[in-house]
Design a protein around this ligand. Structure first.
Ligand SMILES: [Fe+2]
Ligand SMILES: [Fe+2]
Length: 137
């Protein structure tokens, strides 16, 4: 479901590495419900949500500092998108996950897929050429 392709690349090594990690988290989450083994996966699901939360902190921080360092335009709008992602992850974690594990996981997978398309492929890709031209790879 979350297969990395070269067109996802921002051509900046550390950013790509961090984005790939989000794909990995999405894939891990997908694997949990894909098995349909009827077992309880609450702990595994919550562990991934925790990792997602940590991811948002260091990845967004890394990206925003990089953008600030090189004075990329529209930083504020970009930060706003990051904030919305953080809020959504908090919301996801604060629901009653236990009784509706499959539903919550499916919603989260859709949210991540949507994020990849709308944020990584659009907003993140906007700074790609600019930073590459500044020698950031
Ligand atoms: Fe990003
Ligand atoms: Fe971003």
């Amino acid at each position: 479901m979350f297969k990395w392709r070269e067109n996802f690349s921002c051509n900046i090594k550390e950013v790509d590495k961090q984005h790939k990690y989000l794909f990995q988290l999405g894939e891990n989450l997908h694997n949990i419900i894909k098995t349909k083994d009827g077992l309880d996966h609450y702990d595994e699901i919550m562990a991934i949500f925790k990792e997602l939360e940590e991811y948002t902190i260091y990845h967004f921080d890394y990206e925003e500092r990089l953008m600030e360092k090189y004075n990329v335009s529209d930083i504020e709008a970009h930060k706003e998108e990051h904030n919305l992602f953080v809020e959504r992850i908090k919301e996801i974690q604060s629901q009653d996950v236990d009784l509706r594990q499959d539903k919550v996981v499916m919603d989260t997978l859709m949210f991540i897929a949507d994020w990849i398309e709308k944020h990584i492929l659009k907003s993140d890709h906007k700074y790609k050429d600019f930073l590459n031209e500044k020698g950031v790879y």
